[in-house]
Design a protein around this ligand. Structure first.
Ligand SMILES: [Zn+2]
Length: 196
């Protein structure tokens, strides 16, 4: 296992990150955890990971000479964001005019479950599952930069067509977290049954 140096990461959180975005998502997750006290930019995450894999054979960009691209980290962060596991704020750099994105993780609910800090709370999981199932959004992949999300009712009213360009609206994928929550609920039911 190449990930031995990140053994401190909760294995369940690690597996979930891996399911969402592969091995790089684990590294990104680790960086978000490390900078809990201070939001971190995607540039700094990229540099930190590059530093941590410099003397290994790990290469996230096998097709070229780079070992990790900023774009790969950004894509991974957006995957975590769409699973509601990360959030960002952005500010405009006054000298360059570019936006700088600051990121932080939202692993708390997962960690709470996974670290079993509190008793396993099935109701909470069911609430979250219901939220995820009721609050999935539809987007137009053609106009994605506009970042407009439609909830189910709105998308339905629009006949699942983008009002701007007419392309079909597609459901934003939160299946990962829905499956994860269902598995956790099933696991708790198993535990309960074996205790009973
Ligand atoms: Zn559109």
């Amino acid at each position: 296992m190449r990930l031995s140096h990140i053994k401190d990461l909760n294995p369940f959180l690690g597996s979930f990150l891996y399911i969402i975005g592969g091995e790089i998502a684990i590294y990104v997750g680790m960086e978000l955890l490390k900078s809990e006290s201070k939001d971190i930019t995607d540039e700094d995450i990229t540099e930190n990971i590059k530093e941590s894999i410099r003397d290994t054979d790990i290469d996230f960009e096998p097709d070229d000479s780079e070992i990790l691209k900023l774009n790969t980290v950004r894509k991974t962060l957006y995957k975590l964001y769409s699973e509601k596991l990360a959030q960002f704020r952005r500010i405009r750099d006054k000298s360059t005019g570019w936006f700088i994105y600051y990121w932080w993780h939202e692993f708390d609910l997962l960690e709470e479950i996974l670290l079993e800090k509190k008793s396993l709370n099935e109701g909470k999981l069911r609430d979250r599952l219901q939220f995820e199932q009721n609050n999935y959004f539809f987007i137009c992949k053609n106009c994605q930069e506009s970042n407009i999300k439609y909830n189910f009712d709105e998308a339905f009213e629009l006949n699942f067509r983008c009002p701007k360009c007419g392309s079909p609206l597609e459901a934003q994928d939160n299946q990962g977290i829905i499956i994860f929550l269902k598995n956790k609920i099933a696991l708790i039911q198993d535990i309960k049954m074996s205790i009973d």
